[in-house]
Design a binder for this molecule. Structure first.
Ligand code: PMP
Length: 356
């Protein structure tokens, strides 16, 4: 796909928010990338335009049947003052895998990467510079037929919006308290668990709210069939370090998201000489390892926090504390290595960094 990307600049750039109170996904930059799809034309009219509202009909398909996919990635200003992104092509490939499952037409990954680079160049002043801050990139596609029939839409709109986000660990690492649910399930084999589609997140809210009311940060999902094997946490994959070995649920079964941070942790840990296995692991095995004094570390991985240490697990009211509620040594090491690569403190031996 080689089309010219039209650019319409914002007339009055917005004031930039204070870097100390950015939060997550609250502020948006001056511009966004948009393109449309029609079944007879393919993707057309790629353009960078001022960020802002747009008018649609209430019958828009995405509102009714949730035919929508999205991605989440980040651009950083590294310690050398360069604008970099982390494994962006992996996110675009994952977007296409999600799209395929949701009957949404695929995008040309190279073309969208070019569009994203152009958008980042235009809004580069929005990338915050303090360590830990970044510019969150949200590409997404929605079904746009004004039609109430249950079928794949014939038209779609693709967007990339950008949001400066704050440091996740401004006040130091806070291990999270996780509630293991065997009452609700997130995804079953054959379902859409491996995709980033809106409905997965809508369906997770009720269990997450219930966990919050009990004083927990997030839910750890178990498999939908036996309610026995660990899957993933809200918006993170999960790792356990048991007796020196790093274990994370395998992607086989396609019920969990193939996290890009997950894959980076696996590659990094292997390069550091750790024994890493992807396999199914039951919640019972985790509790047994804890009882035997062999559960050395538990942490979640995801674009937002990179590494999120788990301090407490509650499974059927059996509460266990990991590492005395502190961040484990291994989690800290991996966090430093990964953020070191992202912020330019460490050499990128993996080819993960793309400079803009
Ligand atoms: N699982 C789910 C359900 C998620 O939404 C995310 C966040 N994208 C992850 C895992 C972690 O994936 P990544 O490391 O690519 O951010």
């Amino acid at each position: 796909m080689q089309q010219e990307i039209k650019v319409i600049k914002a007339q009055t750039p917005k004031p930039k928010p204070d870097e100390d109170s950015l939060g997550f996904g609250i502020h948006f930059t001056d511009h966004m990338f948009v393109m449309d799809y029609h079944v007879d034309k393919g993707w057309y009219d790629p353009r960078i335009v001022p960020y802002g509202p747009f008018e649609v009909e209430p019958s828009l398909m995405v509102f009714h049947y949730g035919q929508a996919v999205f991605e989440g990635m980040k651009a950083y200003r590294n310690i050398h003052g360069e604008t970099v992104t982390f494994r962006p092509m992996d996110n675009l490939r994952r977007l296409n895998r999600s799209s395929e499952r949701l009957c949404i037409p695929k995008i040309d990954e190279e073309f969208v990467w070019e569009a994203l680079r152009k958008l980042l160049e235009i809004d580069r002043d929005w990338i915050p510079s303090r360590e830990g801050t970044s510019l969150y990139i949200r590409p997404f596609i929605i079904a746009t037929d004004p039609n109430l029939g249950v079928r794949p839409s014939y038209t779609y709109r693709f967007f990339i919006i950008l949001s400066p986000v704050g440091a996740y660990y401004k006040e130091g690492f806070k291990p999270v308290k996780i509630y293991v649910t065997d009452k609700y399930v997130r995804a079953a084999r054959g379902g859409v668990g491996y995709t980033k589609t809106a409905g997965n997140y809508a369906a997770s809210l009720y269990a997450a709210e219930e966990a919050k009311q009990k004083g927990y940060t997030q839910v750890l999902w178990l498999d939908a069939c036996e309610h026995k094997y660990v899957e993933e946490v809200g918006t993170m994959n999960i790792f356990f370090k048991i007796n020196g070995q790093l274990i994370t649920p395998s992607l086989e079964g396609k019920s969990i998201l193939a996290g890009i941070t997950r894959d980076s942790v696996i590659q990094l840990a292997k390069a550091l000489g750790y024994d890493v296995v992807e396999r199914s692991i039951s919640i019972e095995e985790v509790y047994r390892a804890h009882a035997d004094g062999k559960l050395e570390d538990v942490f979640g991985t995801g674009t937002a926090a990179v590494i999120s240490p788990v301090g407490v697990l509650n499974w059927n009211d059996q509460v266990i504390e990991i590492n005395g509620g502190q961040m484990g040594e291994f989690a800290k090491l991996i966090y430093d290595k990964l953020t070191g690569i992202q912020y330019g403190r460490e050499e990128d031996r993996f080819g993960w960094i793309q400079r803009i």
